[in-house]
Design a protein around this ligand. Structure first.
Ligand code: RB5
Length: 149
């Protein structure tokens, strides 16, 4: 899969290790930074990743900050993006299966490196189940357009 990954300073170290893992798993991965632990603003990276996914330049995106929350709030401002914070195997699977999340938001200060790897892999390999969930995802898209559901 073609992926795009970004983090702020809080997620930098985990991002580096996740990049290695995802590439070893056979994915093509674009790294938009940050590239060191100097303090940065997470919305900048959420914008780069979210726009690339919305424009089809990458199939899916992964964002890491301290909690995953700031990245998720920011990336969901971009039309076409369904960003999801996950914190367990179950939420990682359901974010793909039910919500068709195309950006995963992870917290380096609340999850271990191993958890972040596990949740990312699970999310990447889980397919959208469609059916009633497609109807719901379409309603989210209608909200983005500001129209009636
Ligand atoms: C940065 O200190 C921190 O606020 C950020 O990494 C993230 O946790 C925000 O949601």
């Amino acid at each position: 899969m073609k992926l795009i990954v970004g983090s702020d300073h809080g997620g930098f170290k985990v991002k580096e290790s996740l990049l290695e893992t995802l590439r070893a798993d056979g994915h093509t991965v674009i790294d938009v930074g940050t590239f060191d632990e100097e303090s940065t603003d997470y919305p900048d990276y959420a914008a780069l990743v979210g726009r690339a996914v919305a424009e089809g330049k990458a199939e899916r995106g992964l964002l890491i900050c301290g909690t995953g929350i700031g990245m998720c709030i920011a990336v969901n401002k971009i039309k076409g993006v369904r960003g999801a914070v996950v914190w367990s195997k179950k939420t990682a699977v359901l974010a793909a299966e039910h919500n068709r999340a195309n950006v995963l938001c992870l917290g380096a200060r609340v999850l271990s490196k191993a958890e972040i790897t596990t949740f990312s892999r699970l999310w990447l390999k889980t397919r959208f189940s469609s059916g009633r969930h497609l109807r719901r995802v379409k309603k989210i898209a209608a909200l983005e357009r500001g129209g009636e559901q």
